[in-house]
Design a protein around this ligand. Structure first.
Ligand code: URA
Ligand code: CA
Length: 433
């Protein structure tokens, strides 16, 4: 191991056998934490190339079980984490209602970003600790399941991530790619859609870094024979209006049921659902099928069936209401919303849910680019007693900021082929303003 650490410190690319030895050695306690910490720091500064990230991914996958696909044509969807990213709760039932089964393993909130598991568990009765067998069975019988990563899958990631967290080495592109992709490979779905966030509220702020991360993830997943697509999307402000576990579950419910659909959230969900269908080999008009799943109520019914299968009390989702204490946050000047500090809002909403329960949080009314008059309601705080943090998260300016795209970049792959980039230019027709 000393030699391996020294090689990475000096900028060498480690070979497959070295990465195997690193992961196996750490899991068997033959390698000390101090040594792996040193290697990770060397990785942080010297980088990991794509073959290395693929070798690390393979070694991590081999630290545990790999599930067989519950159904041949099922798909998984991953988000690299953001604020008010309710998309998973919306697109999973949409794809399933279109006949494409979804087998999704999710994570918890990390820092300011929300976790799909926490949002599901804000609905009374819902369980996410399904065994791999129960998970697969639910995908087959209901059409979709969203469950926690089993301890039997990629046990190396849990230990390695904890060490990275303690040593400030999370932010290494190759380590992130291996961490994310290993879990998706072990989860078994033959098709995977990655929503890779970029911007102020994302893991990575820099577009070229995120482009490299996305390509690496797609290439690695393809090397395991998976079909996949990656979409690089904006996280410079909260994606949807609702921030907070229970508020986001309510948002997903109302989105699927009532047709009250935030335009930004709708635009991204339509893109992600289309990618999920296409990647899984859906034959026919994906956009039309998605519209029908929404308008007919089939997607909402699918969400209810999934929740019922995971233990939701009858009517629990329907009965969910925002926290009764409500406080309006008003603009203290006129102008335009120039910036919104998404991490600040994410952390604030998380603290509110921890103190006041799952249906506390923040609902954002004004978005970047919106004109405001002094006294307008910018956002509503549910549960909390002060709106100061929310007001401080808003940057108001005299003029409107330039429009930003919602989708910056797409990478698509087809079985047997290499990935194709849909050019690097922003897709301006998807601009939110
Ligand atoms: N999410 C993960 O699962 N792993 C990382 O390393 C970073 C984000
Ligand atoms: Ca191709």
């Amino acid at each position: 191991m000393r030699r391996t650490i020294a090689r990475k410190r000096d900028g060498a690319a480690l070979d497959d056998a070295e990465w195997q030895a690193v992961v196996a050695g750490y899991m068997s306690d033959a390698i000390e934490e101090a040594q792996l910490a040193a290697l990770f720091m060397a990785c942080y500064f010297k980088g990991i190339d794509e073959p290395e990230a693929a070798a690390l991914t393979r070694a991590m996958v081999e630290s545990g079980e790999t599930l067989a696909p519950p159904v041949a044509n099922c798909v998984d969807k991953h988000s690299s984490g953001g604020v008010a990213d309710t998309a998973s709760l919306i697109v999973v039932p949409i794809a399933a209602a279109c006949g494409i089964p979804v087998a999704k393993l999710s994570g918890r909130a990390l820092g300011h970003t929300g976790g799909t598991l926490d949002k599901l568990e804000a609905i009374p009765g819902v369980r996410t600790d399904l065994s791999p067998e129960a998970f697969a069975e639910q995908v087959r019988t209901v059409g979709c399941a969203v469950a926690a990563q089993s301890a039997r899958l990629v046990p190396a990631d849990k230990r390695m991530y904890a060490l990275r967290d303690r040593t400030s080495t999370v932010q290494s592109l190759g380590l992130v790619a291996a961490s994310i992709v290993s879990k998706k490979i072990a989860a078994g779905a033959p098709s995977i859609v990655f929503d890779v966030k970029v911007g102020r509220g994302a893991f990575f702020k820099d577009l070229s870094e995120v482009e490299a991360l996305s390509r690496t993830m797609v290439h690695i997943a393809e090397s395991f024979g998976r079909r996949c697509a990656a979409v690089v999307t904006d996280m410079n402000e909260p994606l949807g209006p609702a921030i907070g576990t229970g508020l986001e579950a309510i948002e997903a419910r109302d989105f699927l049921r009532n047709g009250r659909r935030d335009p930004r959230l709708l635009a991204l969900c339509a893109i992600l659902a289309t990618k999920m269908l296409e990647t899984a080999g859906f034959a026919g008009d994906a956009a039309g099928a998605i519209r029908h799943a929404l308008d007919s109520g089939a997607a909402y019914e699918m969400l209810e069936r999934m929740l019922a299968a995971q233990g939701a009390a009858p009517g629990a989702l329907d009965a969910l209401r925002p926290h009764a204490r409500m406080l309006e946050v008003r603009a203290n000047r006129s102008g335009f919303v120039a910036t919104i500090d998404a991490p600040k809002l994410g952390l604030f909403a998380r603290a509110l849910t921890e103190r006041f329960g799952g249906t506390a949080g923040v609902f954002v009314h004004k978005r970047i680019g919106d004109a405001v008059t002094a006294g307008d309601v910018l956002a509503t705080v549910f549960g909390g007693e002060s709106g100061e943090d929310v007001l401080a998260a808003y940057g108001l300016a005299d003029s409107a900021p330039p429009p930003r795209p919602l989708v910056y970049f797409e990478i698509a792959s087809e079985a047997g082929g290499g990935p194709e980039a849909a050019a690097g230019e922003p897709r301006s027709r998807l601009a939110t303003r």
